[in-house]
Design a protein around this ligand. Structure first.
Ligand code: URA
Length: 236
């Protein structure tokens, strides 16, 4: 394996930065400063970066991020129409990460990204019923009957939603803000639930997944999930 890939896959840094470390003479192989950027690491080689031995088991290190997806980027790893994707917001990643589930182009809020297929599968599997909470803004107000329907379950076209938690957070003459918690993840589910009761969603933001809140992440920024959060989510 090429040295820059070896260093990147071990989770030290990106391939590009690994090349820079080599150019800066910070990489040693078997005790000698590496001068050949294209060096192929051999079994048994001892690779050090800044004096620290680098272990690479051959498997990409698992990474887990929580992002605040902004409106106007797509939740995909690439787009044939050239639109910005959530991956464009992650700097300096070398391993193949992908989003866990999906938020619409016009939805903002909490989105996990990872290179761990088991993690993504676990959180997305319907049997785990992982709660997701959304802030929903609609025009005007909402009737008690409509709230009762949303709470009970509505037909969104070939699918009746499970009971949802629906709370009105505040209202003005012009709009109403609600919090909705569901555990299903049908395409455009929240928007379609409100359409089913005659309401058009103006703004939609995911503010929590299970017990992980969006917190103070600014739109377009992200943080690493810590090991406790990852094991909690995997235990759901
Ligand atoms: N429900 C929606 O309608 N859109 C999303 O992006 C997420 C949930």
């Amino acid at each position: 394996m090429r040295i820059n890939k070896f260093i990147a896959q071990a989770g030290v840094t990106s391939r590009r930065k690994a090349d820079q470390l080599i150019a800066d003479r910070k990489v040693r192989v078997n005790g000698a400063v590496l001068t050949e950027p294209g060096y192929d690491v051999q079994p048994g080689d001892e690779v050090r970066v800044d004096g620290r031995v680098i272990e690479n088991s051959g498997e990409a290190k698992k990474v887990y991020y929580a992002m605040n997806k902004p409106v106007g980027v797509i939740t995909s790893v690439s787009d044939d129409r050239g639109r910005a994707t959530v991956l464009d917001l992650i700097e300096d990643h070398d391993v193949r990460i992908f989003p866990v589930g999906r938020l619409d182009f016009n939805t903002s809020g909490l989105l996990f990204l990872t290179n761990d297929g088991d993690f993504a599968y676990h959180l997305s599997h319907p049997k785990h019923k992982v709660n997701k909470t959304y802030r929903v803004r609609i025009n005007g107000n909402i009737s008690k009957a409509a709230l009762a329907k949303l709470r009970h379950g509505v037909d969104i076209g070939h699918f009746v939603t499970s009971p949802a938690q629906v709370n009105v957070i505040m209202w003005t003459k012009h709009s109403t803000l609600l919090e909705v918690t569901i555990h299903e993840g049908k395409n455009r589910q929240v928007r379609r639930m409100f359409e089913a009761v005659g309401k058009h969603v103006q703004e939609l933001e995911r503010i929590q997944i299970a017990n992980i809140p969006l917190g103070h992440l600014k739109p377009g920024t992200y943080r690493k999930l810590n090991p406790d959060e990852v094991s909690y989510l995997m235990g759901l």
